[in-house]
Write a protein that binds this ligand. Structure first.
Ligand SMILES: *Cc1c(COP(=O)(O)O)cnc(C)c1O
Length: 419
């Protein structure tokens, strides 16, 4: 499928008068329409709720849009809990899916009456002894081990993943939690990341539904919600077929009807914790070409770097690139598109065929709405960019300002040095 930016060159030129590149731009209309489709796809389940994975795009304006669409939040740290609390997410609006969790984060999540997802069997005792006791509602994260396959294709390797309880620990864990007076139980698992397949959620759902039935038979614990977590992916590459969320919802419904309903568990609520699927395609990194270099290869240097988008440098991830205004020109130039870090892996693309790039061209890097800005860092003393929101009415709002040197130096005490 052809990948088109959600913003026009004309609009970028207009934004340029107020906000310099680079910046991340988000598409409110796209975010809202997509959230609506997810809700429709799971409307068959009475208790369905999406808990947006805050770590993907931790911006209060984005969280407010999703709140307005009926989503809750999935938090993984103290600051994410604090932000969610400030925005008015409380109690069952919050999942706290953390791992290797500090005691004070458990305590704060408990104070917010969040649904706490335990990553490990030992966290039961940890919460009791070091985090002021167990709450009334607890979710447990399951790791079945081995390889996770969809038919014969290996999707991921849970046996090597640090998360979750084994099956035996899970059964024993629910037994203990019930004994200790926990009232509401959930079951959670995250087995594969960025799946571009309508089969991921239905396959995972089947495993979790069967496990929930087994838990009920072996311990008498009745699971109230099953959290399919994140992992539904997006087509970063133009040759990938996008997921069909309606087919995914229908696949989960079938497994639900086949496994949970006959076991008398037809009232179980389905939760999701999607990050990438909710935001990925609805954000882009807007940059300009500022240097060209002709040595052993052809290089184009942008005014952005891996600090603004780490995925290509970190995972060799593909992000589609559009040279704005040249969409209809032939892709007859082979470029490495680089950032400015003193790190040779700071390349947004390697050997990418693109139209001829001229200095000052607007370059849009696609699909940066999730795990984009959020993974930013300050290596080489580089500063993080602004985040802008393209609103439904076409206006542009700055939803996070760019960092300044003052922000960068804020954690030093210069008094001694400057004397
Ligand atoms: C990262 C994460 C998610 C979101 O994952 P996506 O791939 O962005 O959908 C959801 N739940 C947990 C526990 C996570 O760690």
């Amino acid at each position: 499928m052809e990948k088109k930016p959600f913003v026009t060159l004309e609009k970028l030129k207009e934004i340029d008068k107020t906000y310099p590149t680079p910046y991340h731009l988000y598409d409110e209309k796209g975010i809202r329409e997509n959230a609506k489709r997810l809700k429709e796809a799971f409307a068959w389940n009475k208790g369905f709720k999406e808990y947006f994975a805050v770590k993907a795009t931790p911006n209060p304006f984005i969280l407010n849009i999703l709140k307005d669409c009926g989503c809750g939040v999935d938090c993984s740290s103290m600051t994410e809990l604090m932000m969610s609390d400030k925005l008015g997410f409380h109690g069952d609006d919050i999942m706290f899916s953390s791992n290797d969790t500090p005691a004070e984060e458990f305590e704060f999540a408990k104070k917010l009456d969040a649904q706490i997802n335990l990553d490990d069997f030992t966290h039961i005792e940890f919460m009791e002894k070091q985090a002021g006791g167990l709450p009334e509602k607890i979710c447990c994260r399951f790791n079945p081990g081995g390889k996770f396959k969809i038919s014969t294709t290996i999707m991921d390797n849970p046996g090597e993943a640090k998360y979750g309880f084994t099956k035996e620990q899970l059964i024993e864990g629910y037994r203990i939690l019930k004994e200790k007076g926990v009232k509401k139980f959930g079951l959670h698992s995250f087995l594969a990341s960025n799946t571009v397949s309508n089969e991921y959620y239905p396959t995972l759902a089947k495993i979790l539904f069967e496990t929930a039935v087994e838990v009920k038979e072996k311990t008498g614990v009745k699971i109230s919600f099953i959290n399919l977590s994140g992992g539904v992916g997006i087509p970063y590459r133009p040759d990938q077929e996008p997921n069909d969320i309606y087919a995914i919802g229908e696949g989960v419904r079938k497994a639900f009807e086949e496994i949970l309903v006959p076991a008398g568990m037809g009232d179980v609520a389905i939760y999701t914790e999607l990050g990438r699927y909710m935001l990925g395609p609805y954000g882009c990194l807007v940059t300009k070409a500022i240097h060209e270099k002709h040595i052993h290869k052809e290089y184009i240097g942008l005014d952005a770097c891996a600090v603004n988008l780490m995925r290509p440098a970190m995972y060799g991830a593909y992000h589609h690139i559009t040279v704005m205004g040249k969409e209809n020109e032939p892709c007859d130039h082979k470029y490495d598109i680089t950032g400015s870090l003193c790190e040779n892996n700071d390349k947004f693309a390697v050997d990418r065929m693109l139209p001829k790039i001229d200095m000052g061209d607007f370059i849009v890097i696609h699909d940066t709405g999730a795990h984009g800005f959020a993974m930013g860092y300050n290596y080489n003393g580089k500063l993080k960019s602004a985040e802008l929101l393209l609103k439904e009415n076409g206006d542009v709002q700055m939803i996070r300002r760019a960092e300044t040197p003052k922000d960068y130096f804020a954690t030093f005490d210069f008094c001694d040095i400057l004397k």
